[in-house]
Design a protein around this ligand. Structure first.
Ligand code: HEC
Length: 449
């Protein structure tokens, strides 16, 4: 007991004094924008705050940053930016977008010293040299599959579910290292999933029009998908994009093979738009030379997947409620990534596994769920889940009027079910696992890029 009190005293002491010690060390130095502050901004902010990316303004040059300095200080001090939702004391992921206390103190000191610019001989476009336009991945895509013409979301404030086929033909099969979805008007895309199929039975991959809208187009428009989705061809990969998602990446000899000929079927869920909005979406594929020896596999737990959510996902108005779903592994697997999903009432998300030997393996904890920042989180080291482990997924939902994202004021009863076509205003509790079969040693080496 005493020992614990002592420990917590030390912890408090360190928490209170560490930033000050760092601050004292900084005091002696003159911090200028170039090169020190610029380096932090370019590494942690410019990925999104540059032309063609998701953020509303650029953070590249001295002027970009200096004119918003106080706003920037506010968003980095509260942790609102850079956006990173998982608790880093629970599990560690690749590409964590967080600033250290030291980096925050450095920016603070620079601002309180009057934001000196320092010397830079760099032009803005040189500063952008390390970024490839229109991708968050670090290199140019090897294959870009784009919609041939834009899909026009009519400005009638209606949600739409739309299927679009992207045919492809390559010279040789290619080993896929990473996949990324990009589009214009991302704010009108609630989510998009992509299913990749080969065409080995002589299917006409170009047959049919481009899009088929549920509830608007006749069943004829959907026939173009039948040769693939009705079981003739095995689905090769299934992935997706939701707000905040960066890209899928597979390390070493893990991945999937893109066949010479096939189709990608995109299923879009468009958010209601008040004005006509033409959307063009593309998939970026990044290839690797090394052969794929371990095929990536995915499984979905919860809404639209395996397991029963308990109690059934019905969220009463003016309540904060928690729900749980479990699933058991049937073989030894190595987890590469987890992809949690909830909608607007989501408040917190937790997933962990318990092995047959009763060890608890933390998977992901998101203490403050944010619908706008969802990602496919890749573990720094693969996580071994022995056969017979139970994966627990817990979601807490806030259906009170205190939840600013609650789509209904006053709150209404909200349902979630296993219907594939869920509205944003319904709820979901889902955890998708990306994994390969276990090989000894998997858990010991770092697999971040
Ligand atoms: C992963 C992409 C991403 C990164 C990295 C990122 N931002 Fe942002 N930022 C956004 C988006 C998208 C918005 C607009 C939506 C919002 O406000 O959440 C935004 C908004 C902002 C805003 C305006 C907030 C408001 O309330 O209007 C500021 C200020 C900001 N970012 C600063 C930063 C700084 C400083 C960094 C780096 C330390 C950073 N951002 C890193 C994507 C990003």
């Amino acid at each position: 007991m005493l020992y614990q009190r002592f420990l917590s005293m030390i912890k408090n002491f360190l928490l209170l004094t560490l930033p000050n010690i760092i601050f004292l060390n900084l005091k002696a130095q003159q911090i200028t924008f170039y090169p020190r502050v610029a380096k932090i901004i370019h590494e942690h902010c410019t990925t999104c705050h540059r032309p063609g990316e998701s953020a509303p303004f650029n953070l590249i040059s001295y002027q970009d940053v200096a004119k918003r300095a106080h706003f920037i200080l506010q968003v980095i001090s509260t942790g609102y930016m850079p956006p990173w939702k998982p608790d880093t004391t629970y599990t560690r992921f690749c590409g964590e977008r967080t600033l250290s206390t030291f980096e925050i103190q450095l920016i603070k000191k620079w601002i309180s010293d009057g934001m000196p610019e320092g010397n830079s001989h760099l032009q803005e476009d040189t500063m952008l040299d390390r970024f490839i336009p229109n991708t968050l991945y670090n290199r140019k895509p090897d294959l870009i599959l784009s919609m041939k013409k834009p899909y026009l979301i009519r400005g009638d404030n209606t949600e739409r579910f739309v299927f679009i086929k992207l045919p492809f033909e390559l010279d040789t099969p290619e080993n896929v290292e990473a996949v990324e979805f990009v589009a214009n008007h991302l704010r009108y895309i609630h989510h998009v999933n992509y299913a990749i199929y080969p065409a080995t039975h002589g299917e006409d991959i170009y047959q049919g029009g481009q899009s088929a809208t549920l509830g608007e187009d006749s069943s004829l428009a959907f026939q173009q998908f039948d040769p693939f989705v009705k079981g003739n061809e095995p689905m090769i990969h299934y992935g997706g994009w939701i707000p905040g998602t960066s890209y899928e990446y597979f390390p070493e000899n893990i991945g999937f093979v893109l066949p010479k000929k096939g189709v990608v079927i995109l299923s879009f869920h468009f958010a209601p738009s008040p004005i006509d909005t033409p959307v063009i979406g593309s998939l970026h594929f990044f290839f690797k030379k090394s052969p794929i020896q371990r095929e990536i596999q995915t499984i979905s737990i919860g809404s639209g997947g395996i397991g029963n959510i308990m109690p059934p996902l019905v969220i009463l108005p003016n309540q904060i409620d928690s729900f749980e779903v479990t699933a058991q592994t049937t073989e030894n697997i190595s987890l590469l990534a987890v992809w949690p999903h909830m909608h607007l009432l989501g408040k917190s998300f937790l997933a962990y596994a318990i092995t047959p030997l009763q060890d608890t393996i933390p998977l992901i904890k998101i203490p403050h769920w944010d619908f706008n920042w969802q990602d496919i989180y890749r573990f720094r080291k693969m996580i071994h889940l022995p056969a017979g482990s139970i994966v627990y997924v817990k979601g807490v939902y806030d259906n009170t009027s205190d939840n600013p994202r609650n789509p209904f004021q006053p709150p209404r009863i909200i349902f979630g079910d296993n219907n594939e076509l869920m509205k944003t205003t319904d709820e979901m509790l889902t955890l998708i696992l990306l994994y390969v079969k276990y090989k000894s040693g998997d858990e010991n080496h770092v697999v971040c890029k």
